[in-house]
Design a protein around this ligand. Structure first.
Ligand SMILES: [Ca+2]
Length: 369
């Protein structure tokens, strides 16, 4: 008896006659006709002493048609049960265009685009905060009139015959008409020098400086102009997120690249070569973190306490933050990973068994979830 089966991709294939009620012989072949078949694998008994059905395992090629022959040993006959399992060993789709983080004001519109190549056609699904968005199953996703409720962590998954790959990004939606007010330590004007700033979408501060992100993607630095951390690089535009701590300033651009300025006492202004596809940023006093769209984290700058030693294999990250010397990451599974521990101020390791976390925040030498 002959069957034929065409492999959907490269993978491990197992064919067996388990359940057949007689002593089988099994062979798998390729070829254009019966006259020119070449054997791929064959088997008589799974176990010669006890199991007289047959099983073979082989590696398939994409689109290859396999001819499967089952016979009775020495001419015996019976009922054939044929089983076939296929486990893809091919990589899932690869994103060639990833949607990246955007910052906008309520009522504005934005369209995100994903392009992935894979084995055959690729299907897409967009999610917000881990929940599939109804009807969002094409390569583009639009917020036609952004609302505060659209704030969140987004993912797009791309699925083909081999599997699924995901890419993530953030949407920051700010109310219209925001301005900034400050108070407190103001020796350098860091709490007061906001010269009529409007259309603000975010503000943050370090020791003695303040950064304000405007809806047009520009950044304003406040504080004494003699401090490099408050001097925004000329021409900086397209910014979607800002971070500041100590004497370090950081900006994430809509193209997924990062710009750092400030004291540079630990080389934190030197962004790693080729760093791209970043969706979120955080800075400690002297080190920097970047979360990439593929869920991995890149760190650089001061590593005195290991704050830039990202744990090997860390992935599935959805949020990052940094304390003075340490770094913290939240994973999609609700667990938290911390690295870089200042022994002068004690351990910042998460409590044993901590899970179900939805947000993180790093203090100078402590963490909150
Ligand atoms: Ca047999």
């Amino acid at each position: 008896m002959w069957w034929k089966w065409t492999a959907p991709g490269i993978g491990n294939v197992t064919v067996n006659t388990r359940g057949s009620n007689f002593d089988t012989v099994l062979g798998v072949y390729t070829g254009s006709s019966v006259a020119v078949l070449s054997a791929v694998a064959s088997n008589d008994d799974v176990n010669a002493a006890t199991v007289r059905t047959s099983s073979v395992t082989f590696n398939s090629s994409t689109g290859m048609t396999y001819f499967i022959a089952v016979d009775g040993k020495a001419g015996v006959q019976g009922t054939i049960v044929l089983g076939l399992s296929f486990a893809s060993t091919a990589p899932p789709p690869v994103f060639t265009t990833r949607p990246l983080t955007r910052s906008l004001i309520v009522g504005n519109s934005v369209t995100f685009q994903a392009v992935a190549t894979g084995n055959g056609s690729v299907t897409y699904q967009w999610k917000r905060n881990g929940v599939a968005i109804d009807g969002a199953s094409g390569p583009t996703f639009a917020l036609s009139s952004a609302a505060l409720s659209d704030n969140g962590f987004y993912e797009v998954s791309a699925t083909d015959l081999n599997g699924t790959a995901s890419s993530s990004f953030l949407v920051h939606v700010a109310p219209a008409g925001l301005a900034v007010a400050g108070w407190g330590y103001d020796l350098y004007g860091q709490a007061s020098s906001f010269p009529g700033l409007t259309s603000v979408v975010a503000a943050t501060g370090g020791y003695t400086h303040t950064l304000v992100l405007k809806a047009d993607g520009t950044v304003v630095g406040c504080g004494t102009s003699g401090f490099p951390e408050s001097i925004v690089p000329a021409g900086l535009s397209g910014v979607v997120a800002i971070a500041a701590q100590g004497n370090t300033s950081m900006a994430l651009k809509s193209d997924g690249t990062v710009t750092v300025w400030g004291s540079n006492n630990y080389g934190q202004n030197t962004v790693p070569t080729g760093l791209a596809q970043v969706i979120a940023i955080a800075t400690g006093s002297n080190h920097c973190l970047a979360l990439k769209a593929d869920g991995t984290v890149v760190a650089w700058g001061d590593n005195t306490w290991g704050g830039t030693t990202v744990p090997t294999g860390l992935n599935g990250v959805v949020a990052i933050d940094a304390g003075t010397d340490h770094s913290i990451a939240l994973k999609a599974d609700g667990t938290v990973v911390v690295w870089g521990q200042n022994i002068n101020y004690g351990s910042v390791a998460p409590p044993s068994g901590l899970n179900g976390v939805v947000a993180i925040a790093a203090g100078s030498y402590h963490n909150l979830v």
